[in-house]
Design a binder for this molecule. Structure first.
Ligand SMILES: [Cu+2]
Length: 260
């Protein structure tokens, strides 16, 4: 996570809400936040040092909103929303691609040449015998896994069964090392048609080097889905796992620590 106002500073920015409107049907609350100005996403990305040149997409602004509302019948509604903003209305990219401003309303599009179907099985049949099986999940609206550290031995076969009990889509992607988290997470933003796993769809955006950074990846788990990921490391080390869905990688992380 990086500050948009102070380039390179890994800290959140506070934003000011100028006004709050309730829609006529009293079902939608609109927050007016002037600091989410046009080109902010691009600007913050462009100023980050050391970004790989494979990136041709805005990284996105990860935003958290805590709210405390009282409904018309007096009930208290206390929640927080974590969201990623990839484009702000009025941005050039928004006009061109007609993309949604936020992943909360985004739809997964499939490019014409893409052979993968959205009906593919979510829970592949993976042999659980002679494997270290770890059950992992996410719940609610927090961007996190309930298991953030997995210890195993080199040569062991790890099977993570990930149950998405949350209200957002997630996945589990194992990368080679810490330095791969950001490039993979950013490249994944342009891989919506491939369930946020960077493929060789666009040679400009995805070099083979980026693919090499990924060791294993699950399918995309929609809310309620269970997906399975298999990983057999032959070398000791620390292998991070991240969610590559729509900018979650900055917060949604864990580590697999492999002993010799
Ligand atoms: Cu996620």
């Amino acid at each position: 996570m990086f500050s948009a106002d102070q380039a390179g500073n890994p800290a959140p920015d506070l934003v000011t809400i100028e006004s709050i409107q309730l829609s006529l049907d009293r079902k939608t609350v609109t927050l007016n936040i002037p600091s989410l100005r046009q080109d902010l996403v691009q600007t913050s990305l462009g100023l980050l040092p050391g970004l790989p040149d494979i990136i041709d997409t805005p990284m996105g602004l990860v935003m958290a909103i805590d709210y405390n509302l009282k409904t018309a019948d007096g009930a208290e509604v206390k929640q927080s929303i974590n969201k990623t903003i990839h484009r702000v209305a009025g941005d050039e990219a928004t006009v061109k691609s007609n993309a949604h401003a936020s992943h909360m309303t985004a739809t997964v599009v499939t490019s014409p040449g893409n052979q993968r179907t959205s009906a593919k099985p979510k829970e592949e049949s993976i042999d659980l015998i002679n494997a270290k099986v770890v059950d992992m999940s996410s719940s609610g609206i927090t961007l996190s896994y309930d298991v953030t550290e997995i210890r195993m031995k080199a040569g062991e076969r790890l099977v993570i069964r990930y149950k998405n009990k949350s209200e957002m889509s997630h996945n589990v992607v194992i990368v080679k090392e810490e330095a791969d988290i950001q490039p993979v997470g950013i490249a994944a933003l342009s891989a919506m048609a491939d369930d946020f796993i960077p493929q060789n769809l666009n040679p400009k955006a995805y070099s083979s080097q980026e693919q090499d950074r990924i060791l294993a990846a699950s399918s995309l788990a929609y809310p309620g889905d269970t997906v399975v990921i298999e990983f057999t490391p032959d070398q000791a080390g620390t292998y991070p796992y991240i969610c590559t869905y729509s900018g979650h990688f900055t917060m949604m992380q864990g580590r697999i620590i492999v002993d010799p």
